[in-house]
Write a protein that binds this ligand. Structure first.
Ligand SMILES: NC(=O)c1ccc[n+]([C@@H]2O[C@H](COP(=O)([O-])OP(=O)(O)OC[C@H]3O[C@@H](n4cnc5c(N)ncnc54)[C@H](O)[C@@H]3O)[C@@H](O)[C@H]2O)c1
Length: 322
């Protein structure tokens, strides 16, 4: 569902389905006839449906993958669940916790799968930081800063508020999810956020900084924007024994008290492993393996996003209910 051209994510998903044992690409639908034509050319052996309803009516379709603008994820997911389909939605899962709960409830009713393509849990930079945290090398962790910034125009629906555009739903969806994964079982308890609107002719925020306090005492900050001429490091993670700095996606420095002396060293950056996602989904659907991404964990990241928007509106810190 959705065969867009901007980042070619429709093609990316189709290619990955084709590569995965236990999954077969059967059909494509896009509301845009030009994108349906592109799908006919690039996926000549599958059905290109003329309507969403025709896709849902087809007994051939068991899993629906949503690669559409953010405001469509909840309604399309609920409709697909109600039609008895498994659902995988692209990030951001949906616009808020209320939509998330409705999606989970709809999937529960039919007992079908609902998962989210949080592929950046398999990014090399994230896996590198995660490994250092989990190894205990950093000691008692107290601060995580995670940033993706640059200067670009948020084109198409990405620059339109009512479509779920804006940096927090876009890159913020990945960064909040990564933080939640790094901190679990700790939970976010309060959020303070600042939104900047400007620099591009759009009605969405172009820069957001979100500070998140976790109940294990860690203070995290994510910083996402498309109006930054210079950028912050991708990661700075600090513990009482050592800290990890990734100025970019490919370089990692570890500095601290290591093996009894003060040291600084380069750390090899892990390889990204997006290709693991679809086999994990197939193993879930065909063999009962755990869900690759549990929507109830993505719900925690959405509670941070909800609180960030409220904080931005009110200028106050917002508590997150347990
Ligand atoms: N996980 C990642 O790394 C990653 C990277 C890029 C994009 N994305 C996500 O993928 C999704 C799509 O982004 P994109 O860059 O492909 O956008 P895009 O604009 O290139 O494509 C979206 C497509 O959806 C179609 N569409 C819109 N409404 C529809 C509907 N109701 N039914 C069917 N089709 C509909 C549009 O016609 C368009 O072809 C978003 O959720 C985005 O955040 C994820």
């Amino acid at each position: 569902m959705g065969y867009g051209g901007q980042f070619a994510m429709g093609k990316h998903h189709a290619d990955n389905v084709r590569k995965t044992d236990g999954l077969v690409l059967k059909g494509v639908f896009d509301v845009d006839p030009a994108r349906r034509d592109a799908a006919k050319t690039e996926q000549p052996d599958v059905v290109v449906y003329d309507t969403f309803e025709a896709l849902l009516d087809s007994a051939d379709i068991e899993l629906v993958v949503l690669i559409t603008p953010h405001d469509t994820h909840a309604p399309l997911s609920i409709a697909a669940s109600n039609a008895g389909k498994h659902v995988l939605t692209e990030k951001v899962m949906c616009l808020n916790v209320a939509e998330c709960d409705a999606m989970i409830a709809a999937a529960k009713k039919t007992g079908k799968c609902l998962s989210v393509y949080q592929n950046r849990r398999l990014d090399g930079d994230y896996l590198t930081v995660k490994k250092q945290i989990e190894s205990g090398t950093l000691g008692n962790l107290f601060s995580i800063e995670s940033s993706v910034n640059g200067y670009w125009f948020p084109a198409g629906w990405r620059g339109v508020k009512k479509s779920g555009g804006g940096m927090l739903y876009d890159w913020g969806a990945h960064l909040t999810d990564q933080l939640v994964q790094l901190m679990l079982p700790a939970r976010p308890v309060s959020v303070y956020a600042n939104f900047h609107y400007g620099g591009h002719d759009v009605d969405v925020e172009t820069q957001t900084t979100v500070s998140i306090r976790f109940d294990n005492g860690v203070m995290a900050q994510i910083d996402v924007g498309c109006v930054s001429w210079l950028t912050r490091p991708r990661w700075l993670v600090r513990g009482e024994k050592a800290a990890v700095l990734m100025p970019d996606w490919e370089t990692c420095t570890l500095r601290g008290m290591l093996n009894g002396s003060e040291q600084q060293m380069s750390i090899p950056v892990e390889a990204s492993a997006w290709e693991r996602f679809y086999p994990a989904l197939s193993a879930h659907l065909n063999d009962g393996a755990p869900l690759p991404v549990d929507p109830t964990e993505v719900r925690i990241a959405l509670s941070v996003i909800d609180a960030a928007f409220e904080s931005g509106r009110t200028g106050r810190s917002v508590e997150i209910a347990p």
